[in-house]
Ligand binder design. Structure first.
Ligand code: NAD
Length: 377
């Protein structure tokens, strides 16, 4: 059983205040650049940091589902600055963009050249991850997900040298998150935990992190959604849950939910967390015959009291569906993707590298049926 987590992780409210110390005394670098997005700049979260690093170059043009042409354009400008550290500050999009730029800081060419595992020739620049959504777990995974704009495809660029050197997970940074994004990114983290637990490559170690994450996230998400400012414990538990869900799926895998959400993210630019939230209960229903005992275990961990495993597993799925409704997650049909697109979505989902990790075997036709079932309910 192998478990990777080489990033040095600082966790807790106020940890962001140690950023300068970590850069000066632990990383000992002199020329960092910062990768973020316009929403973060507008949120005011960077104000104090910028006072500590006057003149630091900020690349703030990262978009959701970060695009290859944006990364390649920034890389050209960034290389001229010879940075010795990339700081990614934001949700999964700036973090994944930062990882990709760290790779391009020491390797020539375009990001498309490095799709797949360990395609880099030289070790990427050190990367410091600061997540501000609750969220993707990118701060503890070795993968960067970048949309190849020409192929309309979400590429995974990954390898053991792509882990962040340092991650600072400060739950206070999600205080400015709008409820809609708390809902979608919190349910994204829940999806990571549930999928990691049910995936074929799951291990004892990933199971332990996954179960703990499910409990933390389900116990915290509603309070955080209702009033993030006044729910300190919920903020902390959501961020802790999101990070350890990253430990879990980063060392096992995701399943068919992500295969679908990556496809519709690439094709129609749908936010990642929204897509995962929509498809999680429907993929669980498909997987029920194969893994209702494991789903029942999750159900009992969150206090669902059903005697037989099948009833407990079904109640778990219902709980997730009800939660999505309560948190305002749209229906699939609300995304305005026509049913004529199901063929291409199911083909791309079937071809996704994580399809073999799904606990129940899936053919392209099965993906098609899941899309049909999810459309209106
Ligand atoms: P995101 O990074 O795209 O951010 C969504 C929006 O939230 C942006 O407009 C941003 O400005 C805003 N925002 C973020 N933090 C904020 C804050 N604290 N206050 C106010 N606004 C804030 O969203 P995400 O869901 O975190 O990331 C999605 C991306 O992560 C996708 O591209 C997905 O593929 C990727 N991902 C990567 C991994 C991995 O392991 N590398 C895992 C899962 C998902």
């Amino acid at each position: 059983m192998l478990f990777h987590m080489p990033a040095r992780l600082y966790f807790g409210s106020g940890e962001i205040n140690n950023l300068k110390l970590i850069i000066d005394e632990y990383l000992k670098v002199k020329n960092p650049v910062l990768v973020t997005d316009k929403g973060i700049v507008e949120s005011g979260l960077l104000t104090n940091i910028l006072k500590l690093f006057p003149g630091i170059k900020i690349f703030d043009e990262i978009e959701p589902n970060p695009k290859s042409d944006t990364i390649n354009k920034i890389a050209k400008e960034m290389r001229k600055l010879n940075p010795d550290l990339i700081i990614g500050f934001g949700g999964g999009s700036p973090l994944d963009a930062g990882k990709a730029l760290a790779l391009l800081g020491t390797n020539h060419g375009s990001i498309e050249d490095y799709e797949g595992k360990e395609k880099y020739k030289n070790d990427p620049l050190p990367f410091l991850a600061i997540p501000t959504t609750c969220g993707t777990g990118s701060e503890v995974t070795w993968v960067s997900v970048i949309t190849d704009v020409n192929r309309k495809f979400k590429m995974s660029i990954k390898g053991p040298k792509m882990y962040p050197a340092v991650s600072i997970v400060d739950p206070d940074l999600i205080k400015t998150l709008p409820p809609k994004i708390i809902a979608s990114t919190g349910l994204d983290a829940l999806t990571h935990a549930v999928e990691a637990y049910l995936s074929k490559p799951a291990t004892l170690i990933t199971d332990n992190h996954a179960v703990k994450a499910v409990k933390l996230i389900l116990g915290a998400i509603e309070g955080a959604y209702d009033d993030i400012e006044n729910h300190h414990t919920e903020r902390e538990n959501l961020m802790y849950g999101s990070t350890i869900a990253g430990f879990a799926f980063g060392n096992s895998d995701v399943t068919a939910v992500h295969c679908i959400s990556e496809s519709i993210g690439a094709l129609y630019d749908i936010p990642h967390g929204v897509a995962n939230s929509i498809f999680l209960p429907h993929v669980l229903s498909y997987n029920l015959p194969e893994c209702f005992i494991k789903m029942a275990t999750l159900a009992r961990h969150i206090g669902i009291d059903e005697k037989d495993d099948m009833s407990a597993a079904k109640a778990f799925i219902q709980k997730i569906k009800a939660l999505s409704n309560r948190l305002g997650i749209p229906l699939f049909k609300d995304l305005k993707i026509g049913k004529d697109q199901f063929e291409i979505i199911s083909k791309m989902s079937f071809e996704n590298n994580s399809t073999p990790s799904n606990p129940r075997q899936l053919e392209q036709e099965d993906y098609h049926n899941i899309l049909e079932n999810a459309y209106e309910s």
